[in-house]
Design a protein around this ligand. Structure first.
Ligand SMILES: Cc1ncc(COP(=O)(O)O)c(C=O)c1O
Length: 396
């Protein structure tokens, strides 16, 4: 059997391209925070993860430029060897303070952080428990570990308890880790961390929260889910990314110093991959300054969030259990979702269609997400377009 046979047989994407509905890999020609240009046309960006609108902040761009000049364009190696700059260490100290953890470790992406942290810590006799809607990088990390992977239905903490109980009764004596998204990336709901932590305490399981979609804006200082619930001392590890609110690229894990020290010397995605480029590290350090200095960005983001939730619901859209700036607009079938995406795109909105296998066949959506710097006029326009297209396609 030819190993490439599957590639030649893969025609689905080409069919969608030929029909003119292909929504992926849209080449953005330029960007000005809340607007992007694609094919020479301006689109309002409601498909980014740039929650605080920091990608074009002048202080951040200045910091990145200064780092580029001082350290060069890349580190050309891993943190472990030649790619460790003083900037990486400054960022780790700063993050540990921000998260309220003993220590922190910075990786080159959030994906690599999950791979490194989870697969390194979950060993042969251990079990790792995942919510079924956890991000793909958590699932891949668990698979890469030598431990056993157990999944529970989304948000079903009774099911988690039953599974932990069965494990305890079995007399197995390996470790346990539960990993959840703080804010679920497609649905926008926040994990019930108080209940989850109580269960984990009862069954001696470590609590790991991936705050990719919450860091920067959730909680009084934006430090994420544990801060939001005021229970930082009940979370063992906080994982996150710099590719969303922090307007850059990279990832981090915060936790006890002994765990961070261990990861530093064992996590393969840290040791065998080049480090975050200096300009990216400087971007994140500057983003932390702005997050501290400009709390009004968080306030505006929440104001926008509630306004858009109300706006979509008043129009008759189904938006699921979201509690955050991630607002999915339920659109039903794959075919209708492609049309919904295309019509809204042609009218100047950039959204993200969510399709199988990410969701079941008739549960597609357009994922919309908001930026603290969206203007009221832009938001009115978004609701207007959604209202018209939603009616035309029978979504509402
Ligand atoms: C929950 C979650 N974890 C991790 C990641 C990966 O982050 P990165 O883009 O830094 O690789 C994402 C990105 O979408 C995410 O949503």
């Amino acid at each position: 059997m030819d190993i490439f046979e599957k590639c030649r047989k893969f025609t689905r994407a080409r069919e969608v391209m030929a029909a003119g509905y292909y929504p992926y890999f849209q080449p953005i020609e330029s960007s000005s925070d809340t607007e992007v240009w694609v094919g020479g046309e301006r689109k309002i960006m409601i498909g980014s993860n740039n929650y605080l609108g920091l990608t074009h902040h002048p202080c951040i761009i200045e910091a990145a430029e200064a780092a580029l000049k001082r350290y060069g364009s890349g580190c050309t190696g891993s943190r472990f060897l030649n790619g460790n700059m003083d900037l990486h260490e400054q960022l780790e100290e700063r993050l540990a303070r921000y998260l309220g953890t003993e220590a922190a470790l910075v990786f080159s992406t959030g994906y690599q952080t999950n791979l490194g942290a989870i697969s390194t810590l979950v060993g042969r006799n251990d079990k790792v428990y995942l919510d079924k809607l956890d991000h793909a990088s958590i699932v891949d990390a668990a698979r890469l570990s030598y431990g056993e992977v157990v999944r529970f239905n989304h948000g079903d903490l009774d099911m988690l308890r039953l599974k932990l109980n069965a494990d305890r009764d079995s007399g197995r004596n390996g470790g346990r880790m539960v990993v959840v998204d703080g804010v679920f990336s497609m649905e926008g709901d926040i994990v019930d961390l108080p209940e989850l932590a109580s269960i984990c305490e009862e069954y001696e399981a470590a609590v790991v929260v991936d705050d990719a979609h919450s860091i920067g804006y959730l909680g009084p200082t934006g430090a994420g889910t544990a801060e939001y619930y005021d229970m930082r001392d009940r979370v063992d590890l906080t994982i996150g990314t710099f590719s969303k609110s922090f307007a850059s690229i990279g990832g981090f894990v915060g936790g006890p110093e002994t765990v961070i020290h261990y990861l530093k010397h064992h996590a393969r995605s840290l040791i065998f991959s080049a480090s975050m480029p200096p300009s990216a590290v400087a971007t994140v350090l500057a983003a932390l300054d702005v997050i501290e200095r400009e709390p009004e960005r968080r306030e505006r983001l929440w104001q926008i969030t509630y306004r858009m939730m109300e706006g979509f619901r008043n129009l008759g859209f189904e938006i699921g259990p979201t509690e955050t700036p991630i607002i999915p607009i339920m659109s039903g079938s794959v075919e209708r979702t492609f049309k919904f995406w295309k019509e809204t795109f042609d009218q100047g909105l950039f959204t993200n269609p969510v399709m199988p296998p990410a969701v079941p066949e008739n549960s597609c959506s357009l994922r919309t997400s908001y930026i603290a710097t969206h203007t009221d006029d832009q938001l009115d326009y978004v609701l207007d377009v959604f209202g018209k297209v939603g009616k035309k396609l029978g979504v509402i």
